[in-house]
Design a protein around this ligand. Structure first.
Ligand code: ACM
Ligand code: ZN
Length: 628
């Protein structure tokens, strides 16, 4: 426990602890104390220091959130005495740059913080204390706008609390991106990683290289499973796609700034560059592809890596990053570096000559040399480089920050070498993965359940925590064709990760998080924000022994659910077989059907799995003599 947490909790830790779940706050604050009474808003009068532009903006945003559902009068004032919401900046340094204190008494609410960012987070917490109707986009009559009397002291665990959205594999409009940023900021996430370029589309205007968007932002329209799609046909119209103009980017940057979200753009090089190669074939080693990829298989056959030895490559990188650096005020730019296919470099006279000239012994060192050059380009523009953990290959650039995605090992290695790390391990942070039983989910790959997102620590044992700047939820979009589906994948796993990155580990608690999440489902319903309820679905695992018996285990992520099942092709309900222990699949059964209930309420999706599938899932186990 940190010293600060100890101080805040001293007195009656149990009471403070217990009360925390009661108010359904996500992420869980550092300290919550319930007091006597409540306050009911009949109008809003927000006070802040005269002339403080940032506090004025926060007051304005508060108004945008509360006026539509409540329909109550809203005004600002410079006199705290006349106000029922007071924003106050104080010299108190104990809660850092993003911490705040929120006090609600029968007279109103006061948020105090050292910096406006803290006031912003206090405002978000205050909004979560309102009845769920506050999330409605239309006026709700008949609700008392009452918040409980409470004292909260809060600060984040990590400075980097990120979410990534891939806008290349599928296109998301400027308005959708803004909505995503607003939704993440409500949960105190503060970094938006904008994955702007990839093989399936280049999405950011670069004036010096207009074909990047004229050509690279467009592909043939396709639906269907990723990697199984038919490639673009010769002469087919490239009608799917889009890109952000400089004015669009400026608008989104400003929108994010008002929500205390810093945007980190990613231009993914030297791999994942197929769209750029189509636009500018001189960027290829041998033969540039003719069409932007539509989600068909190409890796290793079509070129998608920049020709590092090519005469134009560095000139183009300089131009691209000069404009990107100008568009984004944040200090970090992500240069990708992941999954680069290096096979064409070995066959390319330009790349092999460069390797010889620079004394680079293999293609890994060629990639490392390239990333090092990118670091130089960014540094000259006052920016810092972030790359995926593959930037280790061939040696890490001196000041690079590593985004660890293939588990945490790349991050551990980087921290050991004295580099900053953002933890985004795929098994905990990839919110494009399945979040529950795959047969009742839209098609994707692998698994990252809500428990996987919630139950992990971004600081591995034995690592100096000062190198771990935080973590991030990554939403890749191969299987995310619409914004509604982006929301379905993002929430509630994004809420879980918001708590991982904000909340002191001692205050995390799975059962409490489930309860609070259910409250936030109701808020999301009011706001028409899509989300997944896959946490209620049964988890079906199987085991086969060497004599052929197949045993099925059923479980649920949510505590306290009952699981009912059948092997006779009927639909199980409260009157059916209730699961207690692993069951052997009966002779000639063709299928298991599983339902989850909370008391008398069915809560999960009905899962039907053929015995063939159960067998395929089975992990062979040795039969122990005497067992079974
Ligand atoms: C990645 O998932 N290729 C970073
Ligand atoms: Zn080359």
């Amino acid at each position: 426990m940190s010293m600060l947490a100890g101080l805040l909790l001293c007195g009656s830790p149990a009471a403070a602890y217990e009360s925390q779940g009661k108010f359904n706050l996500i992420p869980q604050p550092l300290s919550v104390r319930e007091s006597e009474g409540s306050y009911t808003f009949r109008q809003f009068t927000v006070a802040y220091e005269p002339g403080n532009e940032e506090l004025a903006e926060i007051a304005d945003l508060f108004g945008q959130k509360v006026i539509p559902p409540t329909g109550l009068p809203f005004e600002t004032t410079t006199s705290p005495k006349k106000a029922n919401v007071v924003f106050a900046l104080t010299a108190d340094t104990t809660l850092g740059d993003e911490g705040y204190r929120l006090s609600v008494t029968p007279q109103g609410a006061t948020i105090s913080a050292r910096k406006p960012a803290g006031v912003f987070y206090g405002m978000q917490t205050l909004l979560q204390l309102f009845p769920e109707q506050i999330k409605s986009q239309e006026r709700v009559d008949g609700t008392a706008w009452t918040v409980p009397a409470i004292e909260i002291s809060d600060r984040p665990r990590f400075a980097w609390r990120g979410m990534m959205l891939d806008v290349s594999r599928h296109w998301f409009t400027k308005e959708e991106v803004k909505r995503f940023i607003d939704e993440m900021a409500e949960y105190k996430m503060n970094r938006f990683h904008w994955h702007l370029t990839d093989d399936q589309g280049w999405r950011i205007q670069i004036d010096a290289l207009p074909r990047l968007t004229e050509v690279g932002a467009w592909r043939a329209p396709r639906v269907g499973d990723w990697w199984s799609r038919e490639p673009q046909r010769p002469g087919e119209a490239t009608t799917y796609g889009g890109f952000y103009t400089k004015a669009d980017i400026a608008e989104v940057v400003e929108y994010a700034r008002r929500r205390y979200v810093t945007i980190m753009p990613e231009v993914d090089v030297p791999g994942h560059s197929l769209a750029a190669l189509v636009a500018y074939p001189e960027l290829a080693c041998l033969d540039a592809p003719e069409a932007v990829n539509v989600g068909n298989k190409f890796y290793g056959t079509d070129e998608n890596s920049l020709c590092i030895g090519g005469p134009k490559t560095m000139e183009y990188m300089e131009k691209i990053f000069a404009e990107v650096a100008e568009m984004f005020p944040g200090e970090y730019i992500h240069v990708g570096g992941d999954e680069c296919f290096k096979g064409f470099w070995q066959k390319c006279p330009k790349c092999t000559k460069l390797m010889k000239d620079k004394g680079l012994k293999d293609v890994n060192e060629l990639q490392s040399w390239f990333i090092h050059e990118m670091e130089g380009i960014l540094k000259a523009k006052g920016k810092k480089l972030v790359g995926w953990d593959e930037i280790h290959e061939g040696g890490l650039s001196p000041e690079a920050t590593v985004m660890s995605w293939r588990g945490m090992k790349g991050g551990i290695l980087a921290a050991e070498q004295g580099h900053h790390v953002i933890m985004t391990p795929d098994n905990h942070c990839y919110i494009d993965l399945y979040q529950g039983e795959p047969t009742v989910e839209p098609n994707t790959y692998s698994m990252c359940r809500l428990t996987d997102a919630y139950n992990w620590d971004p600081v591995p044992a034995g690592i100096d925590s000062s190198w771990i700047v935080g973590g991030q939820a990554n939403l890749w979009a191969e299987s995310v064709p619409t914004f509604r589906h982006a929301e379905y994948m993002a929430w509630p796993r994004g809420w879980a990760l918001a708590e991982v990155f904000w909340t002191d580990t001692l205050r995390k608690d799975w059962a409490g998080f489930v309860k609070r999440t259910e409250h936030h489902f109701r808020r999301a319903d009011r706001a028409d924000v899509n989300h997944s309820r896959s946490m209620y679905n049964a988890i079906v695992t199987t085991e086969a022994d060497s004599l052929g018996a197949l045993r099925v285990s059923l479980a649920a992520e949510v505590p306290g659910l009952d699981i009912y099942y059948s092997f006779d092709n009927t639909i199980p309900d409260l009157h059916g077989l209730k699961y207690t222990d692993p069951v052997v699949v009966p002779l000639n059964a063709s299928r298991i059907t599983v339902a989850t209930y909370r008391g008398k309420e069915p809560v999960g999706a009905l899962i039907r799995l053929d015995v063939k599938e159960l067998k395929a899932r089975a992990v062979k186990t040795e039969r122990v003599i005497g067992n079974l």
